[in-house]
Design a protein around this ligand. Structure first.
Ligand code: NAP
Ligand code: ZN
Length: 365
């Protein structure tokens, strides 16, 4: 099975190519973005030019922070309804794209804050256009939205086919302005998605070559890109890896690799990609005995060994420790065990496995 209802336009100057498709999706757009990246990436100006040419109207909702919360979504919904928009356009990293998906669904189905995760209440959506400015989440081609519930310090996602963007506009030029840390963390997020396409019990044979190619791109071009951040070919290679990672998790979903990172983000503000990177080797060690053939085939394709891969990862600042007291650690175990992604693990992951990994991240242990 392969299902991806998103039109993907990937090119330098993709916005102009996308113009006719943008115009066909609505009359008045709610533009959902963060405080600065839509502008600094150059994407907002290019979008506005196209909207003007097409005589489309728009209103901006530039209030989405990192790890967007459900209350931001409700504010966006209220603006969409008040301004009578019929289209949602996200510009930014995964945070604005995920918020835009939830805003579309909350507005179309008149959801309240405590109903945002209830997919059984979602029957329709306003069309969503996603314009990524990071190369990591692949959210522009997924059906997921990951949100924070601040009252519970909890991060969790939902998935529905209604949340797939109708159109994804990927221009690697928009990632030229990414700071070094965001470049690194988002690339590691994409790498996690690609690896999880191999780990997941729902792994999809149609994606194998894209997964291999995506991982190869990251291993070849991440270091050069960190050294030469304005190099368009490097940026393009990372954005392609991110796109393939999104296509992968749209089919295979994620695993413990992601579930264990969510509390690190909601409790300690660890960026999403870094949280994945902190546990990447331990997760691979945990799964390796069950997936030896699959992982050996990957390393054979990459012409590297697992040891080389670990040494390559060790070359980046991905080791971090968190001040997590034992009581908090114990409380997080059932939260992680109950997350949706755990159904996709290739082995039965027990509380003891999670405890061991979390303990290795504890400061002063
Ligand atoms: P992000 O939270 O969207 O953005 C991180 C930072 O990078 C922000 O400060 C942002 O600024 C800045 N930034 C973005 N693009 C930039 C650019 N071109 N130039 C300069 N600065 C830029 O980061 P992300 O890693 O892309 O998204 C992470 C979120 O996505 C997490 O909540 C994660 O759980 C979620 N996620 C979703 C999926 C999915 O399938 N739905 C998959 C994986 C992860 P502004 O604040 O100004 O925008
Ligand atoms: Zn991710």
């Amino acid at each position: 099975m392969f299902y991806l209802p998103t039109r993907i336009i990937f090119a330098e100057h993709a916005m102009q190519t996308a113009a006719e498709h943008i115009a066909s999706l609505g009359r008045k757009a709610l533009i959902v973005c963060g405080k600065t990246s839509a502008k600094t990436s150059g994407a907002l100006d290019e979008l506005l030019e196209v909207l003007q040419q097409s005589k489309m109207d728009w209103v901006e909702f530039a209030q989405v922070g990192e790890n967007p919360d459900i209350h931001t979504v409700i504010r966006g919904k209220e603006l969409l309804v008040k301004e009578v928009c019929d289209l949602v356009i996200a510009i930014g990293g995964g945070s604005p794209i995920d918020a835009a998906k939830a805003i579309s669904l909350a507005a179309a189905n008149d959801l309240k804050a405590d109903e945002i995760y209830n997919v059984s209440l979602m029957h329709k959506a306003y069309p969503i256009i996603a314009i990524p400015t990071t190369a990591g989440t692949g959210s522009e081609v997924t059906q997921y939205s990951v949100l924070t519930i601040p009252e519970q310090k909890r991060k969790a996602g939902f998935g529905t086919d209604l949340a797939f963007p109708k159109l994804a506009i990927l221009d690697p030029r928009y990632t030229l302005s990414l700071p070094e840390k965001v470049t690194l963390h988002t690339a590691i997020d994409a790498l996690s998605h690609l690896l999880e396409g191999i780990y997941s019990v729902n792994r999809n044979p149609h994606l194998t070559l894209l997964i291999y190619r995506g991982i190869d791109n990251i291993i070849k071009y991440l270091s050069p890109c960190l050294k030469e951040p304005k190099h368009l070919l490097y940026r393009k290679s990372l954005m392609m890896a991110s796109l393939y990672g999104g296509m992968t998790i749209a089919h295979s979903s994620t695993t413990l690799q992601h579930s264990i990172g969510y509390p690190l983000t909601s409790e300690f503000d660890i960026p999403h990609g870094l949280a994945n990177g902190m546990v990447m080797q331990q997760i691979m060690d945990l799964y390796y005995p069950a997936l030896q053939a699959e992982l050996d085939a990957l390393f054979q394709y990459l012409k590297i060994s697992r040891e080389y891969f670990y040494a390559w990862l060790d070359g980046f600042p991905l080791a971090a420790q968190v001040p997590m007291p034992d009581e908090m650690l114990e409380a997080k175990i059932p939260e992680i065990m109950s997350s949706r992604n755990m159904a996709n693990n290739p082995i039965d992951v027990g509380a003891e496995d999670i405890r061991r990994i979390l303990k290795s991240l504890q400061k002063d242990q």
